[in-house]
Design a protein around this ligand. Structure first.
Ligand code: GLN
Length: 498
């Protein structure tokens, strides 16, 4: 008996190709793991059993016909619920889109399917991706597989929890200000935010269009690299004007030595107020490990990073306000019944369709874009954006990657942080990367010395150096022995391959 928990994406695809098991057996094992585990994690919003079995049957038929199988053949994958997949609802974890049936399939989802992956369903998130706990989902919270009284992080909390608990091998999330990297860190999985433009956002519900990126979460750097191959295969997507041709083999240089390469650390950042000492220790240890692997650790500075939260929480709400205007109950979304005027219908539909954080963001955006205010905040934030981007350019002239935490603390208890501003401040390590359009990845490095909970180290790299970033991530992973771990309470619960 083999458990799905113990197999990498590559091993699943190879096992199917070799006839050790079928894609249908893998799909059943994943469905079985979901039914045994998801009552505790609540990572899924929908399980797409029929789609999974159909895709698996296609893979098995292709094998029977003697065709060579694609790289993710039969690999169980699930998608954040802001990604359209025909045959599922795309709710963004909001009442506003509770009944919205996907009208087409997002490019990033389609590319995973084209690579042979088996789609298991749609994953919980903060409403419209606003947040870092997944508690703002209109439907239910998601629990951290390492301690179900705690948050999995967010906004891609369902994606991180589903992978960490071994319900799927890979998941996709989206990252506007940290929403892949932070939950990956809190759940002990690898989560990559590709460079802005590396992965098409066509069919991913927009939050902040100048910041949004879709990307993969998995239990190893290799699995994430395989997903990056799938996501970039086919090159530029002409359906997303920001998409670039980033097709390449992200596995080709994964095992390259990092000897003699430079990795930056920002000493001042590690003294930041609110940084838990176990996280600080974990990052310093990670730097030592990279040094033992032969990297030069170089002190760098991003002097304007301190302003990144202020800039982001102006830019992101402004863009969200503009993007979410379409949810008016006419073109899209919940429609309030029995209204007498269009204005009343739009206003009541929005009042009852959106939850508190989604309203807060949109009201903030509306205010910040109003005349007289716009110049003072939005334009100022755009200038800060230019400064932050220039800071990174200077730093990346010295180093190939920068090491820092992904989250200032390990996972906290549900409801422990209720002040929205306190949650915003915790985004300090992730946001500047989106502002500059660079790539970033969180790799689990240890269990915290005080809490026993997973801690991720974040590596950031220059725009379009995604494959190089994966090489550093793999070097760190090799030194940390956290690869492939399923949260202990879930390992082995269902998911056996007969
Ligand atoms: N936590 C950040 C926010 O609340 C980032 C969210 C995201 O990346 N989607 O906006």
């Amino acid at each position: 008996m083999t458990s799905l928990d113990t197999l990498t994406a590559r091993q699943i695809a190879a096992g199917i190709a070799a006839g050790d098991f079928t894609a249908t057996e893998v799909a059943h094992a994943a469905l079985d793991a979901i039914s045994a585990r998801d009552a505790s994690t609540q990572a899924f919003l929908q399980v797409s059993e029929n789609l999974a079995l159909e895709a698996a049957a296609k893979t098995d038929a292709a094998r029977a016909a003697g065709e060579s199988l694609p790289p993710l053949a039969g690999v169980p994958v699930a998608f954040k619920d802001n990604m359209n997949l025909l045959g599922t609802r795309t709710t963004c974890a909001s009442r506003m889109l509770e009944t919205y049936e996907s009208a087409y399939t997002a490019t990033c989802v389609q590319r995973m399917l084209d690579a042979g992956a088996t789609p298991l369903g749609k994953l919980n998130m903060d409403e419209f991706a606003f947040g870092s706990t997944t508690d703002s989902s209109a439907f239910h919270p998601t629990n951290n597989p390492w301690d179900i009284t705690r948050v999995p992080g967010g906004s891609s909390g369902g994606s991180a929890a589903a992978v960490a608990s071994g319900q799927v091998t890979l998941a996709l999330g989206s990252d506007t200000g940290g929403s892949i990297r932070q939950p990956a860190s809190l759940c002990g999985v690898v989560g990559m935010k590709p460079s802005y433009g590396a992965v098409s956002r066509y069919g991913v519900v927009a939050f902040g269009s100048s910041l949004d990126q879709a990307g993969p979460l998995g239990r190893s750097v290799e699995d994430v690299a395989l997903a990056m191959n799938a996501l970039t295969a086919g090159g530029r997507d002409r359906l997303d004007a920001t998409s670039q041709n980033c097709a390449q083999d992200h596995l080709a240089h994964l095992e390259d030595p990092i000897e003699g390469r430079a990795v930056g650390i920002i000493p001042a950042l590690l003294e930041a107020e609110g940084l838990a000492s176990e996280v600080r220790t974990a990052i310093l240890d990670a730097a030592d490990k990279l040094a033992s692997a032969g990297a030069h650790i170089v002190e760098v500075d991003l002097p304007n990073m301190a302003s990144s939260i202020a800039a982001y929480y102006v830019l992101a709400p402004c863009e969200a306000f503009s993007n979410l205007a379409r949810f008016d109950g006419v073109r899209y979304g919940y429609q309030e019944p029995r209204c007498t005027t269009l204005a009343e219908q739009s206003s009541l539909s929005r009042a009852h369709g959106f939850g508190p954080e989604a309203k807060r963001r949109q009201m903030l955006g509306a205010y910040l874009l109003s005349s007289g205010v716009y110049e003072k905040y939005y334009l100022a934030a755009q200038k800060v954006r230019t400064l932050i981007t220039a800071d990174y350019q200077r730093a990346f002239a010295q180093v190939d990657a920068i090491l820092m935490p992904a989250s200032p603390t390990v996972a906290w208890e549900h409801g422990a942080i209720s002040d929205p501003a306190a949650l915003y401040l915790a985004d300090v390590f992730t946001i500047s990367n989106n502002i500059a359009g660079n790539c970033g990845i969180s790799v689990p490095v240890c269990l915290g010395a005080d809490s026993g909970l997973p801690i991720g180290a974040q590596l950031q790299g220059p725009a379009f150096a995604d494959a190089q970033l994966l090489t550093f991530a793999r070097a760190l992973e090799r030194a940390c022995h956290m690869e492939g771990i399923v949260a202990p309470a879930f390992a082995g619960k269902g998911g056996e391959l007969a």
